[in-house]
Design a protein around this ligand. Sequence first.
Ligand code: HEC
Ligand code: HEC
Ligand code: HEC
Ligand code: HEC
Length: 209
Amino acid sequence: MEILIATIAGLALMVIVVLIGTRGRPGRFVSAVGQLLAVIGGNRWQVFVFVLAAGIAGVFAWLLYIYPSAGIGAAQPIPFSHRVHAGVKQIDCRFCHPYAERSTYPGVPPGQKCLFCHDHIIAGHPEIRKEHDYFNTNTPVPWRKVNYLPEHVFFNHQRHIKKDVACRECHGDVESMDRLKGRDFKMGFCLDCHRKKDANIGCWLACHN
Ligand code: HEC
Ligand code: HEC
Ligand code: HEC
Ligand code: HEC
């Protein structure tokens, strides 16, 4: 519906612009377009090269500037990698996020937990020194939260994990990500699974408060 209105409005605007631009004689516009087409027709080869070059430049710009960061989440104060820890080293999610099954908010691990291993593993690594600095000054690491739900949505990890809904069903393939990318949880996403698994879909009672 929006698309239809936008198209009609766009066409109307074009007509107005043509009428103003040709001072009320749209015939001039038609002949101008005819001339342009004739010029393009006479220089097909050059036009082809130009369009090709513009296309290649566009693809390169995309590869250089947009593609690399498209799949990567926010930079964190310490470049912690889920790929290294949960993927390569196969540390259980619940070792670091133990509250996932016990409370509403899983939370991120305190520095102490990192140092449990890193007092012994790559203890001199500059990023681990940073972790020490935070720990020694009693400052929680200012991790940037990446997943949000709107205030009025009631969500509870516990209920889901008790029913064996895997972390990956909602968070994706965390084991292969260096930086986590937030996910835009839409209500349809919650409802699709609730329908499939016969969970509560009286969401105005269950999920919204
Ligand atoms: C159960 C043990 C364990 C815990 C807990 C742990 N790590 Fe690690 N971490 C490792 C291992 C093993 C490596 C790989 C070391 C190597 O490459 O030799 C590693 C590597 C790293 C690296 C270097 C990665 C790289 O790209 O080279 C950083 C930074 C790091 N961890 C940060 C953290 C932070 C921050 C925490 C706490 C949130 C943490 N780790 C908790 C075991 C652990
Ligand atoms: C060694 C500890 C460690 C392990 C193991 C670990 N995580 Fe994390 N997790 C963290 C830390 C630290 C953060 C905060 C920094 C970040 O977002 O990368 C975090 C953040 C997250 C977040 C984003 C929270 C938010 O909204 O900002 C999710 C989701 C998550 N972890 C899921 C998982 C899953 C699923 C697994 C298992 C496949 C897992 N984690 C294994 C330490 C760990
Ligand atoms: C049914 C979907 C679902 C499942 C299954 C799920 N999560 Fe989440 N998770 C979410 C949503 C939605 C949020 C954002 C919650 C919010 O902002 O209140 C979130 C947030 C998080 C956070 C950030 C919490 C914080 O305090 O900032 C972590 C860490 C996390 N999840 C880890 C896990 C782990 C580990 C598992 C598996 C044991 C898991 N999740 C399973 C949907 C899920
Ligand atoms: C991959 C499947 C899946 C996804 C995605 C999912 N859920 Fe669920 N959810 C379940 C299952 C299964 C239950 C039933 C748990 C039970 O019966 O105890 C449940 C239960 C709940 C409950 C408790 C309902 C009650 O009966 O009181 C709430 C609230 C809830 N989900 C909210 C959400 C929200 C909000 C989202 C989206 C951010 C979401 N869920 C996404 C599978 C899912």
